[in-house]
Write a protein that binds this ligand. Sequence first.
Ligand SMILES: C[S@@+](CC[C@H](N)C(=O)[O-])C[C@H]1O[C@@H](n2cnc3c(N)ncnc32)[C@H](O)[C@@H]1O
Length: 269
Amino acid sequence: MESSPDAGVTRRAVSPAESRRASRRWWDADADDYQAEHGSFLGDADFVWCPEGLREADAHLLGDVRGRRVLEIGCGAASCSRWLKTQGATVVAADLSAGMLRHAQAGATRSGVQIPLLQADASALPFADGAFDIVCTAFGAIPFVADSARVMREVYRVLRPGGRWAFSITHPMRWVFLDDPGEGGLVAVHSYFDRRAYVEQDEQSVPTYVEQHRTLGDRIRELVDAGFVLKDLIEPEWPKTHDQTWGQWSPLRGKIFPGTAIFVSTKPS
Ligand SMILES: C[S@@+](CC[C@H](N)C(=O)[O-])C[C@H]1O[C@@H](n2cnc3c(N)ncnc32)[C@H](O)[C@@H]1O
């Protein structure tokens, strides 16, 4: 078949269903490569929030997790959930992708830390209201769903009053720059205010990879509209001793501007 000019990379609106379909297929197909590339950085039972290497063991963004019921959404290989279990939490790890969950099972076998794994879309969580004390994710689900406001409402619903919700995402200002860890990634080229999704699509214009952009204000508004109180917004600095590049995250860029934003919020009591 002849290639249509629509194949390739673009910025455009995609529906929640298109976005979900693309994510599921992408993460199923990419699971082995993702783990091969990042698995050792993430560890088997370790909670790393971001490519800057900030660890929950040092940051304590979730508070005391001992005895808490924790849900991790977009868990990938679920190393965060296994770490949480070693800290005394009761954990469920959920992800849209069966491919990623296969790595979660392999991680459980390797580490000997077993946790319940569930295939679920973060936009429709199969849990009762108030089932958890804490919900968290490191770069899971939120950057990939078209309707992230809906995820905020779902997380709010499954948290008990007083519960905590913390998530890390690509820092919104990174969308201004090219996805380049080198010098090319230091030049502002895109509008920060362009909310159209980043879309990779095939010859039939079917999205194969979708990532969603919101501004910092949009993210805070989605949290507040769902009912959350924002407690903190962390922009981890690049450690001087850290020389490992992760995709577009690099020491060069990390020295100058933030690559990650971590939102910590609570459901009012
Ligand atoms: C960048 S990976 C992060 C995985 C893991 N949290 C980590 O730190 O390595 C993004 C994860 O989000 C998951 N994901 C994407 N869309 C999702 C959705 N709608 N619901 C749940 N998980 C989703 C993907 O399957 C993938 O495992």
